[in-house]
Design a protein around this ligand. Structure first.
Ligand code: MIG
Length: 784
């Protein structure tokens, strides 16, 4: 498209296509097969099943009973839930313990109600059917108060109502503006909130899916590029329930190694071994914590994956172990494109064993990426995944424990930006075209990489960072949000983007702190690092030829403030780690929009520029230049400023002062927060622990603390420590209670300080029921 006014010449207006919709039509017959209800309609076939009590799966196909085959996203879709069918004159009612699906026979519109007959989600006039291109689609009713969240990685604000969103993994360099729709991740899942309740919807389609929340104010629709539709409804009733239901279906994030939660430094590229060593040396000399350095594409021999350039990196093994001794891991980039080179063993092996993606006639597809003409492993084939995984031995033999997958949309340098859509993937005996499987390529590369690393690292937890993904990506990888820019607008966008990823099952995500493209500056990097303190993933990365943006690049006062916030990340790690454990158990994200914790507070529904870390810590960063005040909304309850210990009343906005050295953080009264001292790397063990208590009168507060060795899978067989910290405050005393829950791992810290925020006159009693020797102290910090 021309980028001038020519693009909008007056005679260009198209006549808007009259929208054609052909309904699946009236119900003709139905049959119950085990726990599945198979319906035959005038214009197609629909089946209902119930993989969980509160999850409904709906399948439609045009000419045959729909295949039940799920995509690779789904890990658990049993059909064991008992159903009861009532065949009424006009309706078919299908009931589980928790929900009833009411099918109107005449037009096959569906209404889902809960046990008390309240509508969860409904269709009127039209429901399932096909558009003029014969693409399967479905309409549902939209109520005035509905808000829509999730949808994976999208630009824009938190609530996606009023937008049309397309899912097609695309490498978008830098624009990422409000009109950028398709990005690297496609997660066709959303959570809709309606007055008090929420429901969720997941369309399991690995080709293009379009959600239209824009064209009508009364209905929304979703359309797939096939005649078969496969979608799930999660009935909540809360948004948190929806997330747990969705992540039961598609998996949760495995508990990451602790080092992946530290501060990471990257650049496209640190080009030589010496440059990497000097970089780490600067961090250590300046006493700035650091856990990982990334090697971008320049480390390779002419961009051949599974190689090192011998001139630039003469001794990678030594480098890895020297850095390891300083508490720093190396994470190399691995792209899917394998250089076409008849003398390169990876290419040879791939060709000889038929591991690369091919056209139907058997010729290998080659596309241009960094190494020039390249072939692309067919990750839909389990043998290929095993091969690719095994290849990572090259890295693990060097002592590497983490890998960075890029360009895995897959991105190809051509007009369409990706692989030829007519390429046929082997797909373990069920061949499908690239068009049909496009969105799952990155996820399956991730599965290959993660499993390979896991096998080779024996009992150590692997770390994988990915750019592309599909629903379920959280099972294998951390997601970074790709090529943003060093713009304040992109700092602003970080918040809703990461919150919506969290609401899409991806609890572990983060942006390139400081911005990738364009040039950062001291103030922007400072404000962005403040946000990075609390994004689940915390990495600074920037593009070739941009101004360097390491923490010290812009001098004072920025350097000291940036350092302080990186240090602060390590202070918050015990709290964060507990939240990561929770996320890996329940799917509830670490970084949360306010509405997730305050669903009844309408004020929270649109707040995109503040977030909660867990349920009790509210963060309201400054996101604009030369700004030292901002409005902060505090939900009900009292909140305490983390820095000043000043108390604020909730259920209202406050004007908060935040000079460049301040990231506004508020802790909810009633919270218990474990913090430690800062340190140079997560690999340094804590000596001391602080339990910050914000007591609330006449309430017993409790926090379940979690800790393990941070790098093995021993926690899965009982090798972890958990404890409860309780506090109860009456009018004249506070009783603190510290009790072991599970002592399968012994924490290193032996000094424990209780910091009591607020009460001054109260007497304090501490009761410990613990096995180990810990010396305790109590400090009172009065409110300002
Ligand atoms: O288009 O490997 O998003 O983080 O530095 C360039 C070079 C390919 C894109 C990634 C970016 C990375 C860069 N890559």
């Amino acid at each position: 498209m021309l980028d001038t006014s020519f693009a909008i010449t007056p005679d260009k207006e198209k006549t808007i296509n009259k929208h054609l919709f052909r309904s699946v039509g009236k119900l003709i017959s139905y049959e119950q097969v085990n726990q599945t209800i198979e319906c035959k309609c005038e214009n197609g076939f629909v089946t209902f099943s119930f993989p969980q009590y509160d999850v409904i799966r709906v399948l439609m196909d045009q000419d045959k009973s729909p295949s039940k085959q799920s995509s690779f996203a789904v890990i658990e879709s049993k059909e064991m839930v008992e159903v009861l069918i009532e065949d009424l004159v006009d309706q078919l009612k299908i009931t589980t313990n928790n929900v009833t699906v009411i099918v109107n026979k005449v037009d096959f519109t569906v209404v889902v109600v809960n046990q008390s007959d309240n509508v969860i989600v409904s269709e009127d006039k039209f429901g399932l059917g096909y558009n003029e291109k014969n693409q399967a689609m479905c309409y549902k009713k939209m109520e005035e108060t509905d808000c829509f969240y999730g949808f994976g990685q999208k630009t824009g604000y938190l609530d996606k109502r009023g937008e049309k969103l397309s899912m097609w993994n695309t490498d978008v360099f830098a624009p990422h503006n409000p009109s950028t729709d398709e990005l690297y991740q496609s997660i066709p899942f959303f959570i809709a909130t309606r007055t008090k309740n929420a429901y969720g919807l997941f369309v399991d389609n690995t080709s293009k899916t379009v959600f239209d929340l824009k064209t009508s104010t009364e209905h929304y629709s979703f359309t797939v590029d096939e005649a078969r539709l496969d979608y799930y409804l999660f009935v909540g009733p809360t948004a948190k329930d929806v997330l747990t239901q969705y992540t039961t279906l598609t998996g949760t994030m495995p508990l990451p190694p602790k080092w992946s939660l530290g501060y990471h430094q990257s650049r496209y590229s640190y080009k030589t071994e010496q440059e990497v060593r000097d970089l780490v040396k600067s961090f250590r000399e300046k006493d700035i914590p650091l856990d990982a350095v990334y090697l971008d594409i320049h480390y390779m021999d002419d961009y051949r994956v599974f190689t090192f350039d011998r001139t630039r990196f003469p001794n990678p093994k030594q480098l890895v172990s020297d850095l390891q001794a300083q508490g720093v891991k190396i994470v190399p980039i691995v792209d899917p494109g394998v250089k076409r080179d008849a003398e390169y063993d990876v290419y040879k092996e791939g060709v000889n064993n038929h591991y690369f993606s091919k056209y139907i006639d058997g010729t290998i597809y080659h596309g241009d990426v960094w190494p020039g003409s390249s072939a692309f492993p067919d990750f839909t084939n389990s043998q290929v995944r095993a091969w690719w995984g095994k290849r990572h031995q090259f890295y693990t033999d060097l002592g590497i424990e983490g890998v960075w997958n890029d360009m895995n949309e897959p991105s190809v340098f051509n007009e369409t930006k990706t692989m030829d859509l007519s390429v046929v993937h082997e797909n373990d005996g069920q061949p499908k075209t690239h068009r049909e499987l496009h969105n799952i390529y990155g996820l399956m590369m991730g599965a290959a990489t993660y499993h390979g690393l896991k096998q080779q690292l024996e009992n150590k937890r692997p770390f994988l960072l990915t750019r592309a993904g599909y629903a379920g990506v959280q099972r294998y990888a951390t997601v970074w949000t790709g090529d943003n820019r060093s713009f304040w607008e992109h700092l602003q966008m970080t918040l809703p983007m990461c919150m919506n990823l969290g609401l899409s099952g991806v609890a572990f995500s983060g942006p390139d702190v400081g911005g990738f493209a364009n040039d950062s500056n001291g103030e922007l990097l400072t404000r962005w690092t403040q946000v990075g303190l609390f994004t689940p993933y915390f990495r600074n990365h920037s593009v070739l030829e941009s101004i360097h943006q390491e923490p010290w690049s812009f001098g004072e006062p920025y350097e000291s403030i940036i350092k302080r916030y990186i240090q602060e990340r390590y202070v918050w790690l015990p709290y964060l780690y507990t939240l990561f454990k929770d996320a890996s158990d329940t799917g509830i994200p670490v970084m949360r929009p306010l509405f997730l914790e305050y669903p009844d507070d309408e004020e929270t529904r649109q707040i995109y520029d503040q977030f909660l870390v867990g349920k009790d810590v509210l963060v309201a960063p400054i996101l604009t230049p030369s700004t030292n005040h901002r409005a902060v909304y505090l939900p009900e309850g009292n909140w305490v400023d983390h820095w000043t210990n000043k108390r604020y009343k909730g259920n209202q906005y406050h004007l908060i002062k935040a000079d460049i050295e301040v990231l506004p953080i508020f802790i909810k009264e009633g919270a218990i927060i474990p913090l430690s001292k800062t340190k140079s790397s997560t690999q340094v063990l804590d000596e001391e622990m602080e339990i910050h208590v914000y007591p609330k009168a006449n309430e017993t507060m409790t926090f379940t603390y979690y800790e393990d060795d941070g790098h093995t899978f021993n926690y899965q067989s009982g090798g972890y420590y958990s404890a409860t910290f309780d506090a109860h405050m009456t009018s004249d005393n506070v009783v603190l209670h510290y009790k072991d829950q599970h002592a399968g791992y012994e924490p290193n810290w032996s000094v424990l300080t209780f910091v009591l925020h607020g009460p001054t006159e109260h007497s304090v009693k501490l009761k410990c029921e613990i096995k180990r020797q810990v010396s305790t102290k109590i400090i009172k910090q009065p409110f300002k």
